[in-house]
Design a protein around this ligand. Structure first.
Ligand code: GLU
Length: 428
């Protein structure tokens, strides 16, 4: 993967990789289409609340360390704020801000009744023991306790967190409010009120949106050669589901490198290897590739499903695909996006193609509030309904505004949030 740290890059490149600026540029472009006035633009861009907390934790070696945590609540206009919590060394306030705004637009694109938020803790979860991770999670949760809750802000997993993290978060909240309150967080284990199908939901969404995009571009819905970047919850599961849908997964990567088989990887076998060895390195039935080589393979569909800023001006002209489906949040810089459009390579944007996760998070929240749980078939059927409808909403918006899918998704989302904002009026 290209580094997501802008520190060592020359000025122009650093500028291109500024995720917060990039998210703002996307917003402005869509706001121009909607001819939004300056005041409303400012309201829409300004996060409602930002919390920074210090998280002191006694490490396993007895040393006391202080970690930094953030929760940015971008918007409550359409409902409680919603969005994941990221544990990563590169987490910073600007990144969390950008991701929180993306959550607002993502929830609006798929028309679920939430605003947007994001959280993060600056840490490397791979270097922490389970006990240390639990201590970080509990202290972080208790520090943001006053601003979260089933009707306020509902966290979920993101990069570096999982259902165990969500179980600790839920328990910490429950201990404080003296009630089980399962709807405070989504992406929980099923036994704690999690939803069937939630773990697979983001990857399933990637598969469904890929199918719709292939149909739309008159490409066969089977037998496409697909390259996937990232092998976590989005990339790994997405690749398996795409393989099961009849496609050929040419390559998949993790943070250490990529593997390649021109005949197509057996994703069940690859994921079993990954869960045993914790990395793809050494997988015996495929060729090893660097991240750059994998991303630049000739293929029909490219699915960047790792982290932001992977397709940039420095590699975009070497990308050889017919279609991009973004599994990660912000994997393509606006400059690279422009080049892709000039080259006639359409991208299905993150806020649509990875919205399967938050959609099933919404289903989880609904089920928790009703204490009535749906079958996996029911969850998957409703997910498909939401994503197929949303895909076509974006396509229709793109046609009306004569623009690309990314700009269209932002136009649709921002338009929905602004119309509710105007109806509610300003409380003073
Ligand atoms: N972290 C996921 C995302 O970026 C899921 C958020 C959620 O379910 O609230 O969409």
């Amino acid at each position: 993967m290209a580094s997501n740290s802008a520190k060592s890059a020359p000025k122009k490149e650093a500028e291109e990789l500024n995720f917060f600026k990039n998210a703002s540029a996307l917003f402005e472009k869509a706001a121009d289409h909607l001819t939004l006035e300056a005041g409303v633009r400012t309201v829409m861009k300004t996060p409602d609340r930002e919390v920074t907390v210090a998280i002191p934790v006694v490490r396993d070696n007895g040393k006391l360390d202080v970690f930094t945590g953030y929760r940015v609540q971008h918007s409550f206009v359409r409902g409680p704020a919603k969005g994941g919590i990221r544990y990563d060394r590169h987490v910073n306030l600007d990144e969390v801000r950008a991701l929180a705004a993306l959550m607002t637009w993502k929830c609006a694109v798929v028309d679920i009744p939430f605003g947007g938020a994001k959280g993060g803790v600056v840490c490397d979860p791979r270097e922490l023991s389970q006990r240390e991770l639990e201590a970080i999670t509990r202290r972080y949760t208790s520090s943001i306790l006053d601003v979260i809750g089933p009707d306020r802000d509902v966290p979920a997993p993101d990069v570096g967190t999982n259902e165990q993290t969500m179980a600790w978060l839920m328990d910490t909240y429950a201990m404080h409010v003296r009630s089980a309150s399962t709807a405070v967080v989504t992406g929980k284990p099923i036994a704690l009120g999690g939803s069937r199908g939630r773990t697979e939901a983001t990857g399933r969404g990637v598969m469904l949106v890929t199918r719709e995009a292939l149909k739309r571009h008159k490409m066969a819905t089977k037998g496409q050669r697909i390259v996937v970047q990232g092998s976590g919850n989005v990339g790994g599961i997405g690749a398996r589901l795409l393989m099961e849908a009849g496609h050929k997964i040419l390559s998949i990567s993790d943070m250490y490198g990529a593997i390649y088989d021109k005949k197509g990887l057996d994703m069940v076998d690859v994921l079993a290897y990954l869960s045993k060895h914790k990395k793809l390195t050494g997988y015996p039935k495929a060729e090893a590739l660097s991240h750059e080589e994998a991303l630049e393979l000739e293929c029909d569909v490219l699915v960047p499903a790792a982290i932001e800023n992977q397709i940039t001006l420095s590699n975009v002209d070497r990308i050889k695909t017919k279609l991009i489906v973004e599994g990660a949040n912000g994997p393509t810089t606006p400059q690279a996006h422009k080049r892709l459009e000039e080259r006639g390579i359409p991208s299905v944007p993150d806020i649509l193609s990875n919205a399967g996760g938050v959609t099933v998070s919404y289903f989880e929240w609904v089920q928790d509030r009703q204490q009535y749980f749906w079958s996996e078939e029911e969850v998957n059927r409703r997910l498909e309904e939401v994503l197929v409808r949303s895909f076509h909403d974006v396509v229709d918006t793109a046609q009306t505004h004569k623009t690309d899918y990314r700009t269209a998704a932002f136009i649709l989302a921002i338009g929905r949030v602004v119309s509710v904002y105007r109806m509610r009026g300003i409380f003073a």
